[in-house]
Design a protein around this ligand. Structure first.
Ligand code: C5P
Length: 389
């Protein structure tokens, strides 16, 4: 059985390297989303694992044990060695329970209305702080050796984390220099917003480490300069988002709901999917009233209308994604739909088929990775981040 590595600041409540069995014991408690629960739900099953390790994973599942891979791994920093970070935060992913595209704007972006929900597939970000030294860069980052997709993750100013740290320094004038170590669990080009979440987490961390010189509202406004999805992660975890996606309205949390994320090996480019939609500037896309969709989800998650206007263009760009969606639909989940601009398909509820064999079938047939997640929320205390009580 694997062990999950929970990194904590010195003096915090939880143990380092808690055995996963212990974590799972706390995982069965209904309601709150403790650090243990949150981490235990990051079970990136069968992430394109070789057949031998897939079958051992399935055996573990069958024995009702659990395992984790892609967790924080070695705690060694290439810059700071074994020196403990000043702050470690979890960056959740998101799904879109509905996503309406309303029209294409004159600036080329699409006006949308969507119900975003944070989910417990998290990246881990460690932060170290140094004092002012104008001869050195204001920020720097490294990526952990066992990060998902490490080879393709830049550590220069093209990474959203670096851009977020730089933007924060520019806006506030702080001279505090921050180094970030990113450990990635969540895949890119997946419609899960993980890169945006990392950026939001970095801004929150920089602000916190500097003693909160900026308000959360300022962080929301500044982050919109970097991308449309970042602002959502400053919400409470369930938000109705409009504009480009950057205008957020917190809505009451939805009930704890089982959810599987199924990510095919191939990703999808967000601009390519929006382009495939084929709207001209000023042109609208007809569909149900998003406020009505929101009200339906708030009455009952499983009673909501799962509608994503980006599914048809995404399936046109990647026809095999529709086949994956149909295979998942046949398993009897409450709902099956693409998240954001894809390529992740999420499944709400549990399959009607017994056992775990469906996972191996999907992995074998589609080369997909499967993550079991839960909906998660952020504390109303704006000085805390996801997964902090
Ligand atoms: O804002 P962000 O950088 O995440 O957007 C990436 C691309 O996705 C944009 O350049 C645009 O092509 C497309 N997009 C859009 N309408 C949105 C959000 C994104 O057309 N509301």
């Amino acid at each position: 059985m694997g062990a999950i590595h929970l990194r904590q600041r010195p003096g915090s409540r939880l143990q380092h390297h808690a055995p996963l069995a212990l974590i799972l014991l706390s995982c069965v408690a209904p309601g709150g989303h403790s650090l243990q629960t949150f981490a235990a739900q990051q079970r990136p099953w069968l992430r394109n694992a070789p057949a031998s390790s897939r079958s051992s994973h399935l055996a573990a599942l069958a024995a009702n044990t659990a395992f984790a891979e892609g967790t924080s791994g070695a705690e060694y920093s290439e810059r700071y060695g074994n020196k403990a970070p000043a702050l470690t935060l979890q960056a959740p992913s998101k799904i879109n329970l509905f996503l309406r595209i309303l029209r294409k704007r004159e600036d080329g972006y699409h006006e949308l209305a969507s119900l975003f929900q944070a989910v417990s597939l998290t990246d881990t970000l460690d932060f170290w702080v140094e004092g002012a030294d104008s001869s050195k860069p204001i920020c720097s980052m490294e990526v952990s050796p066992d990060s998902v997709g490490r080879a393709g993750i830049p550590t220069d100013e093209t990474n959203l984390v670096m851009r977020a740290l730089k933007l924060f320094a520019d806006k506030t004038g702080t001279k505090q220099r921050v180094h970030c170590r990113l450990h990635k669990n969540a895949p890119a080009q997946a419609g899960l917003g993980a890169g945006s979440s990392d950026a939001a987490t970095a801004m929150h961390a920089a602000n916190r480490l500097a003693g909160f010189p900026a308000t959360q509202q300022q962080l929301i406004e500044w982050s919109a300069e970097l991308g449309s999805d970042i602002s959502f992660f400053f919400s409470r975890g369930t938000a109705y988002c409009t504009g480009r996606g950057e205008i957020i309205e917190n809505v009451p949390p939805l009930p704890d709901t089982p959810c599987f994320l199924v990510k095919p090996a191939d990703g999808l480019s967000t601009p390519a999917v929006f382009k495939q939609l084929g709207l001209n500037k000023g042109q609208a896309l007809d569909g149900p009233d998003p406020r009505k969709l929101l009200a339906d989800f708030q009455a009952s998650v499983t009673g909501g209308t799962f509608l994503n206007d980006l599914e048809p263009p995404a399936f046109a760009v990647m026809p095999k994604l529709d086949k994956l969606r149909m295979d998942l639909k046949a398993l009897g989940f409450d709902a099956v739909m693409m998240s954001g601009s894809g390529s992740t398909i999420f499944c709400i509820g549990r399959p009607t088929v017994a056992g775990a064999a469906w996972k191996e079938d999907i992995v074998q047939k589609h080369g997909a990775s499967i993550f079991e997640v839960r909906f998660c929320q952020r504390s109303p205390n704006e000085q805390l981040w996801y997964n902090e009580a």
